[in-house]
Design a protein around this ligand. Structure first.
Ligand code: NI
Length: 259
């Protein structure tokens, strides 16, 4: 019984076999999954999937790449979508400085506006942070609304500790399985068990030994194994803890079935 807290099953890479993939992961032990939106269209699709499958929940929000174009109409529409109880978070939102020519000011505005939205709606939020640790930290701290998770954590153990001290959860993806990802391993060591979440970010970031392939939520077991090893606890225990953490963070109490 595993909880993949971050996947994009609406992605076109699943267009050929989406329903088959979803039935299979449910049968094989993924009992909860949050499908995360990255723009208006994928947020809509995330909600559609969540309405169709009982064990799938949705996050709606606009990724930093699209955030500079976020309008107040978009905000209204996101708000409208959150009226459905299957929407459990705002996300993914944040900052991404990977590409030099990106509109950082626009990204920051979109991020701040969506944290405000989460606060207004009393929902947690999912943060995408790529090469932008300090600015993410400053914006989050200054917002004063600290109900978030750092998704696919890529920072140092010091940064993990800073975020945990703010009250944040830290989510690890398949990158923690990479042998040379020493920094991520150190970070995973630092995060207290009660603040840990696991995810796949499917279809991206396939873990070892599937690097480069289309990822599948079932691979969340690989993340779990890697962290259990780092923490020196059993896979079963860590599965139970991350399941409970995920339910607490997203406010999910029901027992979900497939349909
Ligand atoms: Ni993602």
């Amino acid at each position: 019984m595993l909880f993949d807290t971050h996947a994009h099953l609406d992605d076109e890479k699943y267009d050929v076999d989406r329903d088959e993939v979803i039935k299979n992961i449910y049968d094989e032990g993924i009992s909860l999954l949050v499908n995360v939106g990255s723009d208006m269209e994928s947020s809509e699709k995330a909600l559609e999937l969540a309405k169709k499958y009982s064990f799938i929940y949705a996050a709606v929000g606009v990724h930093p790449y699209s955030a500079p174009h976020l309008t107040e109409e978009d905000i209204c529409y996101l708000k409208e979508m959150t009226k459905d109880k299957k929407v459990v978070a705002i996300g993914e939102i944040g900052l991404d400085y990977h590409f030099e020519d990106t509109d950082r000011i626009g990204q920051k505005k979109g991020f701040i506006r969506q944290i405000e939205l989460a606060r207004e709606l009393d929902l947690p939020y999912i943060v995408h942070d790529r090469d932008s640790h300090q600015d993410c930290y400053d914006i989050i701290k200054n917002s004063g609304y600290l109900r978030g998770v750092m998704h696919c954590f890529s920072g140092s153990s010091e940064f993990a500790k800073q975020m945990v001290d703010l009250g944040f959860y830290i989510s690890f993806a398949g990158t923690v399985t990479f042998k040379n990802a020493k920094k991520v391993h150190e970070a995973a060591k630092t995060v207290p068990l009660e603040r840990l979440l696991i995810e796949t970010d499917s279809p991206y970031l396939a873990p070892e030994p599937y690097r480069g392939k289309r990822n599948n939520p079932l691979n969340v077991i690989k993340t779990l194994e890697a962290i259990a090893d780092i923490k020196g606890i059993s896979i079963e225990k860590l599965a139970r803890i991350t399941m409970e953490n995920g339910k607490t963070f997203f406010g999910i109490n029901q027992k979900a079935g497939l349909l």
